[in-house]
Design a protein around this ligand. Structure first.
Ligand code: CO
Ligand code: CO
Length: 314
């Protein structure tokens, strides 16, 4: 385990990014993320991958400044396609007011794209995933289901408007949600990505030495995701996530496997999961809605214990 007096957030709690204090006024946030295409359109893929990479800086309450492209691309594929991917990435970075200042490409039979991002935060103001407190409410800012929907897209069984809904949510920056949580002041946050809502919440409750309770009926879900689940569509990662939380999750006996899978669905560029003091709940929700984060809702609460355990009720 790496430790250093200026390393404010390291690897021990599985947080979204590392935070390193340069002086009393400024700390660096560093993160990297990249993955293979999840949609056919190269520009949209670039936008989604960039939004996803930038999200880890937002999840720490920081502001992205600079980024580097990380690219794997087959030499046999048309260069125009890579151009479109990069354009998508540049457009999202520009929206985030983050400068892409370089990068590196390797020959790779399966394309991959993402960013290494550097951001800043005031030392001590970083929002860790390991500081939720009993009594906090849990707010989620984007609907779930992007893993299920993009898997259906790859299988050619996804209605176009359902896929478009997922693309829109995945390419939306978590910037406005992050601004709202920084402005209001929250205890803890993370973004929901590959480990799904339950996996990222598991890291939060373990790191914070608390428990949690989630109410499925309050969890926002993308249109079409339930129908696809009923047809048996769910990515391998989502099934693996469900197994990984087996030791932490206490599913109400009325919850079927599909409902458990939904809460474990591996997300790409998912929303922020925020733990906020109950007396600030209304202020946070009002701030989120006023900045256009319309899907943000309370999905549960943080409990004293059992530590590391998540109770899920219908
Ligand atoms: Co993250
Ligand atoms: Co990440």
């Amino acid at each position: 385990m790496i430790s250093h007096p200026d390393l404010l957030v390291g690897t021990e709690t599985g947080d979204d990014a590392a935070v390193y204090r340069l002086n009393d006024h400024i700390a660096l946030i560093m993160t990297v993320d990249f993955f293979p295409p999840i949609v056919d359109d190269p520009f949209q893929y670039g936008e989604i991958a960039a939004a996803n990479s930038l999200s880890d800086v937002y999840a720490m309450g920081g502001t992205p400044l600079l980024a580097m492209n990380i690219v794997g691309f087959p030499v046999t594929l048309e260069k125009d396609i890579l151009g479109e991917v990069l354009k998508g990435g540049y457009s999202k970075a520009a929206e985030a007011e983050c400068l892409i200042v370089g990068g590196h490409t390797v020959d790779d039979p399966e394309p991959k794209y993402g960013l290494s991002v550097v951001g800043t935060v005031e030392p001590g103001k970083q929002i860790s995933n390991a500081a939720a407190q009993p009594g906090d409410v849990l707010v989620l800012t984007k609907p779930l289901g992007t893993g299920i929907i993009t898997t259906a897209g790859k299988q050619g069984v996804c209605p176009p408007q359902v896929l478009q809904g997922a693309v829109t949510t995945m390419s939306t920056l978590n910037r406005d949600g992050a601004h709202a949580m920084v402005k209001v002041g929250v205890h803890s946050a993370t973004d929901v990505t590959g480990f799904g809502l339950m996996g990222h919440l598991q890291s939060m409750v373990r790191g914070s030495q608390v428990g949690a309770e989630i109410q499925l009926g309050n969890v926002p879900v993308l249109p079409g995701a339930w129908e696809l689940l009923e047809q048996g569509v769910a990515p391998g990662g989502t099934h693996r996530n469900l197994q990984s939380v087996a030791g932490s999750a206490h599913w109400h006996h009325d919850l079927r496997e599909q409902e458990q899978l939904l809460l474990c669905d591996a997300q790409t560029s998912g929303g922020l999961l925020i733990a906020v003091a109950v007396e600030k709940q209304d202020e946070l929700l009002a701030e989120l809605r006023s900045t256009g984060v319309a899907d943000a809702v309370v999905i549960g609460r943080v409990t004293e214990g059992p530590v590391g355990q998540i109770k899920v009720i219908p």
